[in-house]
Design a protein around this ligand. Structure first.
Ligand code: ADP
Ligand code: MG
Length: 238
């Protein structure tokens, strides 16, 4: 579970066309990285997949099922943002549990999922704290935990590590790689960081101005960039 098929996805804000016909196949369990310059439409594409924005046209299939008009909560997707988006007045535990509570999941099941996720992410000692009492890395782990407890088949990450310092970025990247192996879920991950792209990805999608320039494995893109743009992007540090 967790395959994704995009066909001719277009998105315009007024007369500004931000996505200009995106076609993409993501296999069940794949780790796919989106890279591209700031403003090229990476976040918009994630938001369209998640259902937080409607596409202007095109088809989104998850496990073969058309999702273009399916509300976000029914898509089996969880999204992790750069800015964490935690509720400051709730404890770590309640931040992780909130989505499940709202979905009407029963209490024992919520307890069991939060316990499992917090142990996976080494958050046990912090469950009673509030976000302000945590480091940036811990907050981002809570945001990841909140996604995990929903047991989605597809995770979307929008530059999740860009607010962390270099050491924490490395540590959290390794944790995300371990989670991917463990959960066997599909992950789509936007980053500016070339090391993240090269080490995490099964497949890298290079975007420019709302269109896909090239899709390939890290080695394919590195060895056979389709054009100068891709070569510059993969070859030079971002
Ligand atoms: P990226 O994540 O690649 O930096 P975005 O997807 O955030 O790019 O933005 C792509 C373009 O769409 C930008 O020009 C941005 O200003 C525009 N854009 C994004 N969201 C909106 C919105 N809600 N209304 C109008 N324009 C938007
Ligand atoms: Mg963005």
């Amino acid at each position: 579970m967790g395959s994704l098929q995009l066909k001719s996805i277009r998105k315009a804000f007024g007369d500004h066309e931000v996505l200009k016909g995106i076609d993409l196949e993501v296999k069940d369990g794949e780790f796919v990285i989106f890279v591209g310059p700031s403003g090229c439409g990476k976040s918009t594409l994630l938001r369209v997949i998640a259902g937080l924005e409607d596409a202007s046209s095109g088809s989104i299939r998850i496990d073969g099922q058309e999702m273009a008009t399916t509300p976000p909560a029914k898509r089996g997707i969880a999204m992790v943002f750069q800015s964490y988006a935690l509720y400051p007045h709730l404890t770590v535990k309640d931040n992780m549990a909130l989505g499940l509570k709202q979905a009407g999941t029963d209490k024992a099941e919520i307890e069991s999922r939060v316990t499992k996720a917090s142990s996976m992410l080494s958050l046990d000692p912090y469950l009673a704290r509030r976000p302000a009492e945590l480091s940036g890395g811990q907050r981002q782990r809570v945001a990841i935990g909140r996604a995990i407890v929903r047991e989605p088949s597809l995770f979307l990450f929008d530059e999740p590590l860009s607010n962390l310092d270099a050491a924490l970025r490395v540590q959290t990247r390794l944790e995300i790689a371990a989670l991917h192996r463990r959960l066997k879920a599909t992950m789509i991950y936007v980053t500016h960081d070339q090391v993240e792209a090269m080490t995490l990805a099964d497949k890298i999608v290079v975007l420019s101005a709302g269109a896909i320039e090239q899709v390939g494995s890290p080695m394919e893109l590195y060895n056979k960039p389709a054009n100068v743009f891709v070569a510059g992007f993969i070859g030079s540090p971002q």
